[in-house]
Design a protein around this ligand. Structure first.
Ligand SMILES: [Fe+2]
Length: 438
């Protein structure tokens, strides 16, 4: 039987959004199909899992990372572990730095041999390869701000490019870490006020900040669970800056007001910068339902000082991803979670061909619901889409979850493999494939 859906409770506390409380280690996992033998590493995914069973908003639960290790065609283990930050009961310490008070619930990445659980207001938390919490990761004490949950790893240089935003000045700070994980640059970026800046963009030569009109407003917390609201006055801008530059180098471009949690990717096309985004017409606007996220393309014409915007598709899609090897470089394909129910879980993975706007979908069977599709390349891949999409999918008939592995090239209706887990994995946020070190 599936988890009962209680319509009196907010969506994030019911059904398969509801938290799970047991930390599980399961080995010798049953598999339907064949795990591609070149998938050697761990699929990791973070999510909001309120330890108390209650939270004011989907974004405000304690971080719990779920992972599956794959090796030589086998599924070695499934594990889920809370990220043990001072926000988790029993882990608070007197005198702890405020930047350590993270929920660490939004994303999990691998960089410079470390696994980092990320949230957007605080320091990263380092995890061991078996998901035990090591502690806050401060770049040798050099990181003087929090860190976005959406840093970008440049596939060409290995650099980690990221930013932090604040409710108080400095509202925006840009950071760049080397391939070996050394923080080598931090720059305060001037913006008009305190907004929620969830993600940003990189290309081969630039970073592009999104300064969008969802502003901090403490009065609003009681109404929506978050101290944020849409502003009709703030305006909307994109800020283009050389990757090694500073505030004086930022060129700002006005765009039509909107909110974007997640870009798919950005790249340079001559003097133009192309950014594909899941764009919401409005977000957190008083008295209005949130507009659905839809795939749009912004093209920044640097020579003309303008931005053009086109809608790619009508469908409601989120959690967009390109292969890690295409981040900041020209992509042809994008992969998204297609939302059918209005709740942020995927009934299908939708693949867009950005040369035409056409798309194909892998529809999950049997009422299963998934999340963000993470692309992993096939062995010896030469084509951009030669690889696999990985996501946890919830099977309501069994009240358990699976790791589904889908052929990204064909988007075949039959998964390549399904790794059966003994428990359900609540719907969550973002994840990564962390390949074994060569
Ligand atoms: Fe996100």
């Amino acid at each position: 039987m599936s988890e009962a859906v209680d319509t009196q409770r907010p969506f994030w506390l019911t059904g398969n959004f509801a938290p799970t409380f047991e930390e599980v280690t399961a080995t010798e996992l049953a598999v339907t199909g064949s795990i591609p033998p070149e998938l050697n590493g761990r699929y990791l995914r973070n999510g909001s899992n309120p330890e108390s069973g209650e939270s004011m908003h989907w974004f405000l639960g304690n971080g719990m990372v779920h992972g599956v290790e794959l090796k030589d065609g086998r599924a070695n283990w499934y594990r889920n572990r809370y990220v043990r930050t001072p926000q988790l009961s029993g882990t608070e310490q007197v005198g702890v730095d405020d930047r350590a008070r993270s929920l660490a619930n939004t994303h999990v990445i691998g960089h410079a041999g470390r696994i980092l659980a990320l949230e957007e207001g605080h320091w990263p938390f380092e995890l061991s390869p078996t998901l035990e919490t090591v502690g806050p990761y401060t770049f040798d004490g050099r990181l003087e701000t929090g860190m976005t949950a959406h840093p970008k790893i440049c596939p060409e240089t290995g650099e980690l490019l990221f930013f932090a935003y604040g409710m108080f000045p400095p509202y925006m700070t840009y950071h760049r870490a080397s391939a070996s994980g050394e923080l080598v640059q931090s720059e305060v970026i001037e913006v008009k006020g305190a907004t929620m800046v969830h993600d940003f963009n990189v290309t081969r030569n630039y970073v592009i900040f999104m300064d969008l009109p969802v502003v901090w407003d403490l009065q609003n917390a009681a109404r929506s669970g978050l101290p944020l609201r849409w502003s009709d006055d703030y305006g909307a801008r994109l800020g283009v800056m050389p990757r090694n530059g500073g505030n004086a180098d930022v060129v700002w471009y006005d765009i039509d007001p909107c909110y974007v949690y997640h870009p798919l990717n950005a790249y340079e096309d001559g003097d133009d910068i192309v950014i594909d985004v899941c764009r919401m017409e409005t977000h957190m606007k008083a008295g209005a339902p949130d507009a659905p996220p839809r795939l749009h393309r912004w093209t920044i014409h640097q020579s003309k000082g303008t931005v053009s915007e086109t809608q790619v598709d009508d469908r409601m899609v989120e959690f967009p991803r390109v292969p890690d090897a295409r981040v900041g470089l020209k992509h042809r394909y994008g992969y998204t979670a297609e939302v059918a129910s209005g709740l942020p879980a995927a009934a299908a993975f939708r693949k867009y061909d950005m040369t035409t706007g056409a798309s194909t979908a892998h529809v999950l069977k049997g009422g299963r619901m998934g999340g963000e599709p993470v692309f992993v390349p096939a062995a010896g891949a030469s084509l951009e889409d030669d690889g696999y999409l990985l996501s946890f999918a919830y099977d309501p008939a069994e009240n358990r979850s699976e790791l589904v592995i889908v052929d990204a090239s064909s988007m075949s209706a039959d998964p390549v493999a399904r790794v059966h887990l003994p428990v359900r994995v609540p719907f969550g946020f973002h994840g990564s494939w962390v390949a074994d070190q060569a």
